[in-house]
Write a protein that binds this ligand. Structure first.
Ligand SMILES: O=C(O)COP(=O)(O)O
Ligand SMILES: [Mg+2]
Length: 229
C-alpha cells in the first residue's frame, strides 16, 4: 500500500494510535521513575538511554528489565519475585507522581489528529501503558479531547502484540478491518496490526527497543505524522 492510499479524505474511518514513542515522548518520565525505583532499592540508576530501549511491553516488563539491567530478563526464583513485586509498587508510586512532567508531544501529532477528526475519523489510543496512567498523561499533554476511546495495557487480559486490544477498540468505534489503521512506533504495534489484519503505519522517531522499524512489515513508515496528510 502506498502512502497516498493512506489518509485520503474518506479513509480511514478509525485510526488507532500507540502512545509512548508515537504520540508522546514519555521516556524521560519513565526513566525518572525507574531510576527512583532502583535508587530506592539501593541500586545504580539505569539512565534515559537504556530505559528508552526497555519501553513498549508495559510496566511489568519495564520493571523486570530494569531489575535485570538488560532487555532480556530471566524468569526469576520465588525469592526474587518478592523483590519484583516491591519494585513494581515503588515504580507505580513514582511514575504516578512524575507522569507527564518531562514528556512532550511529538511534532506532527496535533496536525494529524486535527486532520483526521475534521474528516470524521474516530480516534483511539491503544497502549501497553497501564490504564491508570493513560488519561492523566493525555490530559496533561492536551491530547485527551481528540480520542473517543483509550485502551491500556491492563484494560483487557492481553496486550499488544496480541491483536485483541486493537480489534476491541476498532469494534467499539464502529470500524472494520478495511476502514481502520494502526499507527505505532514498535514491533509490538506492527505485529498486533498484522495479526489483526489491519493496515499499519510505523514512525521512525519512536523507541522500538533501540532497533530500526523499517523492515518489520508496516504498510508505511514515516518520520513525522504530518507526512500522512
Ligand atoms: O508502557 C509501555 O511499555 C509503552 O507502551 P506503548 O508504546 O504501547 O504506548
Ligand atoms: Mg510505543
Amino acid at each position: 500500500m502506498s502512502l497516498t492510499g493512506l489518509f485520503s479524505p474518506r479513509w480511514p474511518g478509525v485510526a488507532l494510535f500507540d502512545l509512548d514513542g508515537t504520540l508522546v515522548d514519555s521516556a524521560p518520565d519513565l526513566a525518572a521513575a525507574v531510576d527512583q525505583m532502583l535508587e530506592h532499592l539501593g541500586r545504580s540508576p539505569a539512565g534515559l538511554d537504556r530505559v528508552r530501549d526497555w519501553v513498549g511491553n508495559g510496566a511489568s516488563i519495564l520493571v523486570r528489565r530494569a531489575l535485570a539491567g538488560q532487555s532480556d530478563w530471566e524468569p526469576v526464583r520465588p525469592k526474587d519475585d518478592v523483590l519484583f513485586k516491591d519494585a513494581l509498587a515503588i515504580f507505580y508510586h513514582a511514575y504516578g507522581q512524575i507522569n507527564g512532567r518531562h514528556s512532550v508531544v511529538y511534532s506532527g501529532v496535533e496536525a494529524c489528529l486535527r486532520h483526521l477528526k475534521q474528516h470524521g475519523c474516530k480516534l483511539g489510543v491503544v497502549t501497553n501503558k497501564p490504564e491508570q496512567f493513560v488519561e492523566p498523561l493525555l490530559k496533561q499533554m492536551g491530547l485527551g479531547h481528540w480520542f473517543d476511546i483509550s485502551i491500556g495495557g491492563d484494560t483487557l487480559s492481553v496486550k499488544k502484540p496480541n491483536p485483541t486490544p486493537l480489534l476491541h477498540a476498532m469494534e467499539a468505534l464502529g470500524g472494520t478491518r478495511g476502514t481502520t489503521v494502526m499507527v505505532g512506533d514498535s514491533a509490538a504495534d506492527i505485529d498486533a496490526a498484522l495479526a489483526a489484519g489491519m493496515p499499519c503505519v510505523a514512525v521512525r522517531y519512536g523507541y522500538n527497543f533501540g532497533r530500526p522499524v523499517d523492515a518489520l512489515g508496516a504498510d508505511a513508515v514515516v518520520d513525522s505524522l504530518d507526512e500522512l496528510l
